[in-house]
Design a protein around this ligand. Structure first.
Ligand code: SF4
Length: 352
């Protein structure tokens, strides 16, 4: 089967037409495109650690980490390198191969850059892939991060250019596009997506996807977030998103960026299993676990493994490096365990 060619010339009307397809037609088309590029029963799993939390000078209206809003979030300074490396090592021991580090900054300061570069080098030296989100990057900073060994950079466009200033006023859409450009030119992989349910309309969702799909190169990873309404942020009372609109967004993203990983990201905890399953059917093939992923007795991770087992989904198998294979093995074992554990009698537990 010839795979659908990647396009970078999508028009708004073409994207609107996709959104307006009957739901079953849209899902069928998205799933067909998905199967041309990916194993439909594999989902990539990523992990995330906040290396600096809260007190961000930006005013993103959805974000509890913004210093403009009082959300009661506990602020944390930049984590010491030793702590970050210890977390990365612990994650590696549990089988993780990619370590994503996020800092609530407008952009990394001159003072913080050496620490961040050292973090990248040290995590990389554990044999792990590295990913960071640090805010806006200049060309020089992007190059330094790439030289230190950073593999992926996350920087979201959030919404359409038209709706953007309803959500953020402290930096422009063009600032974000410039950062993405700097990341690409430095040779790093791009993780870039948006957030649904911020009061935007369908044309804003269309606008965001056209913007992403028409970048010179599609982002390797496209996180699609559902707004988590946090008390104290300006969006705390925004109207709930219609779940079918979210699933449509996933499906249209899959069709327009057929070879990218479409990530079911923030807001997943609010989705029931059936909705997550429909998102996978629509072409989502990546999920984010929290920083406690892979540590023992993490109920969220357990629930994810159970859902994978119920759906016959495996963590994505990739062959790039030994550590990734190790990660997949650990996760695959967890899924296998969830699928079969009812067949075993646990002799370590006392009978009632
Ligand atoms: S830049 Fe990032 S951390 Fe800062 S307010 Fe916006 S989303 Fe939150």
């Amino acid at each position: 089967m010839t795979a659908t060619a990647l396009r970078h010339d999508w028009t708004l009307q073409e994207a609107r037409d996709l959104f307006n397809l009957p739901f079953n037609d849209l899902l069928f088309r998205a799933q067909s495109v998905h199967r041309e590029h990916f194993d439909p029963n594999e989902v990539q799993v990523s992990t995330l650690l906040s290396i600096k939390t809260g007190a961000c000078p930006e005013d993103c209206k959805y974000c509890p980490q913004s210093g403009h809003y009082n959300t009661g979030l506990e602020k944390e300074k930049l984590l010491e390198i030793e702590k970050v490396v210890a977390e990365a090592r612990a994650a590696k021991q549990k089988g993780a191969s990619r370590f994503c580090m996020g800092a609530a900054w407008r952009s990394p300061s001159k003072k913080d850059m050496p620490y961040v570069l050292d973090m990248v080098k040290q995590v990389k030296s554990l044999g792990m892939e590295t990913c960071m989100t640090l805010g806006m990057l200049k060309e020089e900073e992007a190059r330094e991060l790439a030289d230190a060994g950073l593999d992926y950079y996350n920087h979201n466009l959030d919404t359409s250019e038209k709706y953007y200033n309803h959500i953020i006023t402290t930096r422009t859409y063009q600032d974000r596009l410039d950062t993405l450009d700097n990341v690409r030119r430095a040779g790093m992989k791009v993780c870039c997506g948006g957030i649904m349910g911020m009061g935007e309309d369908e044309d804003d969702r269309v606008g965001l996807l056209v913007q992403l799909a028409n970048l010179p190169q599609h982002p390797e990873s496209v996180p699609v977030n559902m707004l988590v309404k946090v008390k104290g942020t300006p969006l705390e009372d925004v109207e709930d998103l219609e779940p079918f609109d979210f699933i449509r967004m996933i499906a249209v993203a899959r069709i327009m960026m057929p070879a990218s990983h479409v990530r079911l990201s923030a807001g997943r905890e609010q989705m029931n299993e059936q909705m997550q399953a429909m998102c996978f059917l629509a072409g989502a093939n990546s999920i984010f676990y929290g920083e406690k992923l892979l540590t023992t007795s993490n109920p969220e991770a357990d629930a994810d493994m159970q859902l994978f087992a119920k759906l016959g989904i495996r963590p994505e198998q990739r062959q790039q490096c030994a550590t990734e294979a190790q990660e997949e093995e650990v996760l695959a074992e967890a899924v296998e365990y969830e699928a079969t554990r009812h067949m075993f009698y646990d002799a370590t537990r006392e009978s009632a």
